[in-house]
Ligand binder design. Sequence first.
Ligand code: COA
Length: 318
Amino acid sequence: MNIIGTGCAHPSLTVTNEMLSGFLDTSDEWITTRTGIKKRQLISDERLEDLATEAATKALENAGVAAEDLDYIICSNVINEYITPSLSCILQGKIGANSPCVDLNGACAGFIYALDIANSFFKSKDIKNILIVCAEEPTRMVDWNQRNTCVLFGDGAGAVVLSRGEDVMAIKLTAVSKPEPLYQMRKLEHTPFINKEEPDGPLVMKGQDVFKLAVESSKNDINSVIDECDLSYNDVNYYLLHQANIRIIDTIRNTLQQDESKFPHNIEKYGNTSSASIPILLDELNRDKKLKKGDKLVLSAFGAGFVAGACLLKWSKE
Ligand code: COA
């Protein structure tokens, strides 16, 4: 499987740390030093489906693939305005495709899970092109009075078009059922028959527990894909990590003893955009012509579950 096109889309509203300190007991200094985030793009008047459509359209253009030539659409998404139908089905109509489509919720690791599913589809089906769109609005999950969570997130969408090939060399996925450090539960519609307590509320996060789980799982997954391909850390040109916290990225980089330039990041501009963060970063590197043919990339993400995954791939796009 090869990545032949990338795209991304951001909401128009920029919210800086200074703007947050106008209504929260926080500061640019605290947010910058603890997370690396300076600003984020937040949904205000947009709909997530429109961001997904923009990212998908750009990825298709970049790949030179027409929407009607797509054989499958996979959307990675945690929440959006529709419970049903799926975001991928909404998107299918908006871009003018006619393929089957499915959504998955792999939390912030959703892009790696989607890559794994796409890879299996190429092996099991007679298909040519798959579109993955990761579209997320985590800022609608948090309580905007809770400074420990709301400052971390941003909204956005990232997309890739995939075709047959040998570029994806290894994928490792892990999941441990451990919701306590990071979860959100919401009340469903009432029925006359419900007689249980129903939890409801914003995202709950034990930051330090999540930090440790993230570092541990990412290190293990990276080691796993590198070992599987008989490579060393030095053989990898770029490590694209989930953009959750610059300190998580730095901790992993220090363990791997690799140069800072190998860990591109954009968390300072967008915050944590959940599963969209890696495809957004990949699109930036692709469009800025930073990736050379033959470069080896490791993608690594982690999120609520606790789920995680890494992918090692060769870049062959000109
Ligand atoms: N502004 C100012 N102070 C804040 C704050 C904010 N936005 N958020 C928390 N604080 C305060 C806390 O209340 C605490 O105050 P106290 O010492 O008086 O109790 C203090 O800062 C330290 O809080 P702590 O939670 O120990 O900070 P931390 O160094 O662990 O950083 C996170 C907090 C959330 C930035 C960090 O734990 C983290 O990034 N964890 C991973 C989160 C993540 O990646 N989630 C998504 C995964 S997909």
